[in-house]
Design a protein around this ligand. Structure first.
Ligand code: AHR
Length: 311
């Protein structure tokens, strides 16, 4: 019994002794690229060796990478899970190998005993803030909304959709007329917006809700090419607050964005350091802040500041 207890206790380690595997989704968006950069920097500043694996948007690649991290005997694993389901088996394998797992920016449909903690924003709340912002902006006027969803089956696509619907609930003047995935990418955001404009007629679309800024930026291009003025003819609200969204708001081509910090690794590594130092169990959910930015903010200055930070 004692032997089992000793074996399952975290080994005291300084950050400099740690090797951590990071299974990243890919680089579908500006936000994702920023998260990768920040994670590398956070590890480097703490003297942690980071093994990085880019899954190119495929869950099977993530599972392979995690198995390889387990085989290499890393101290901990960070996972940004591309979709919400299908993780139980590999998480159990990590648990059997006594390797703590921390989820970054997205959640999974698995028992919470299978991971140490999840560092994410409140994804439902983000959608809700977007919906409430639009309801206030329209002030009772009729508005036909198109929605660009994130990657199908991912927790932000599911939660941001639900949150937005909650945010506009009770406002009979607001109606989502089209909703389709743009896979969180700029290119797909443009293609899908083009199809919305064609199907509905640009003058019949009053607002766009995009699950991330990159899709909104792609859609802005499509709206311009259709001869309409983004931000005026079609109101645009999205999520992430990447520099290009601040610039678009500063230029009047977008109206609002909700900030998602790319620094998920900071709180994750703090939690792992404490866990390895003295066994401190973090909360199961470490929630990051969500902040709404609109034209009322100095978006040009925020754009420059975020660019200077290497975002
Ligand atoms: O999981 C976070 C989401 O993933 C970001 O909002 C989006 O830009 C990214 O691809």
């Amino acid at each position: 019994l004692l032997a089992t207890a000793i074996a399952s206790a975290p080994i005291a380690a300084t950050a400099a002794d740690m090797t951590i595997g990071f299974s990243q989704i890919g680089s579908e968006s500006g936000w994702r690229a920023a998260e990768t950069t920040v994670t590398r920097l956070e590890a480097e500043e703490r003297g942690i060796e980071l093994k990085f694996a880019d899954a190119q948007q495929k869950q099977e690649n993530q599972i392979k990478a995690i198995r390889s991290f387990i085989a290499q005997g890393v101290d901990a694993i960070l996972i940004a899970p591309v979709v919400a389901t299908g993780w139980d088996e590999v998480l159990e394998e990590a648990q059997d190998a006594e390797i703590p797992v921390v989820l970054l920016d997205r959640t999974v449909d698995a028992d919470e005993s299978l991971y140490l903690t999840a560092v994410t924003s409140d994804l439902v709340h983000e959608g809700q803030v977007a919906g409430e912002w639009l309801a206030t902006e329209m002030d009772g006027a009729d508005c036909r909304i198109v929605e660009l969803q994130g990657t199908t089956g991912s927790s932000p696509a599911i939660d941001r959709k639900n949150g937005f619907e909650q945010g506009i609930a009770g406002h009979d003047n607001l109606e989502i007329v089209r909703s389709q995935t743009g896979d969180f990418t700029r290119a797909q955001g443009k293609v899908v917006m083009e199809s919305f404009l064609k199907a509905e007629g640009g003058e019949n679309i009053c607002a766009l809700y995009a699950h991330n800024d990159d899709m909104a930026v792609g859609a802005i291009q499509a709206i311009k090419e259709a001869g309409l003025t983004p931000g005026e003819d079609i109101k645009i609200v999205a999520i992430d607050a990447v520099p290009d969204a601040h610039l678009a708001i500063a230029n009047g081509e977008m109206n609002a964005t909700i900030e998602l910090t790319p620094n998920m690794a900071g709180p994750a590594l703090d939690a792992l350091e404490a866990y390895f130092a003295d066994g401190t169990e973090p909360a199961k959910w470490i929630q990051t802040e969500s902040k709404l930015f609109t034209a009322a903010d100095d978006n040009q200055a925020i754009y420059e500041m975020k660019k200077d930070l290497g975002y």
